[in-house]
Design a protein around this ligand. Sequence first.
Ligand SMILES: Cc1cc2nc3c(=O)[nH]c(=O)nc-3n(C[C@H](O)[C@H](O)[C@H](O)COP(=O)(O)O)c2cc1C
Length: 253
Amino acid sequence: MSSISAPIPQIQENGLLKVARALKEAGSMMWTGSPMPANLRELVEVGVPLVQTFKPLADRDKLLKMISQAEAAGVTWVGVEIDAGQGTKILDKSMVTGCSPILLSELKEIKQMINRPLVLKGILSPWDADKALEAGADVIMVSNHGAHTIDYLPHPLEVMDEIVKIVAGQIPIIVDGGFRRGTDILKALAFGAQAVGIGRPILYGLAAAGQEGVKTVINEMAEELKRTMTMTGVRNPSSAHRGIILTKYFCLF
Ligand SMILES: Cc1cc2nc3c(=O)[nH]c(=O)nc-3n(C[C@H](O)[C@H](O)[C@H](O)COP(=O)(O)O)c2cc1C
């Protein structure tokens, strides 16, 4: 699951708990974003690995305090959204304000401060990837936030090759943005991602059928992925390779 927690409490009563339980049962990870859920500890207690990501709030004292609260609640990883220096928006409507660009030196301080792996989300260029490594990131997420930061951003798969080259296997790479089927996930793996974040489909699953609906979304994607791996001769996720992807468009008619 990608960080997409904001609308969940309005979709179903105890929605966040239902999502946490569904993801745990499906063997997936949970990512929560802004606002940080008040019941974070309760979600962690479900036993699902949980990542809390933070926007670079202009009030840095508040940001650091919230990071400490997330750690105290027992999250698995702490995340910082490096590209949300002006918050996020959907079309022309601001969704989160009160942010300011975060410096490399500040990311290094956060890395020193926390006792959890640090994931930096919003990496979209080899330059970003290089700086993330310098900041001490343990994981990066290549993401354009579903195009909620600025218009005309590339899709993660358009920039993966350059980023994979810079990261050179030093840390895991996760991608998100528009992954809807097992076939999409296999493409991400073939481009060099170690995991894929799923955002809006989690909301649709919850709205359609609650906890069971979320589990079905993950399970069906996993089944499709397994089927497609079999059909393309990929024995395990880490052996997905670019040879299974057509790079030229052939038209027979
Ligand atoms: C309603 C909504 C809320 C979101 N909130 C956050 C957030 O708080 N933090 C974050 O890093 N990304 C946030 N995102 C971006 C998602 O985590 C994800 O990157 C994006 O939706 C792309 O994945 P998808 O196409 O599978 O939905 C949000 C997206 C949506 C639609």
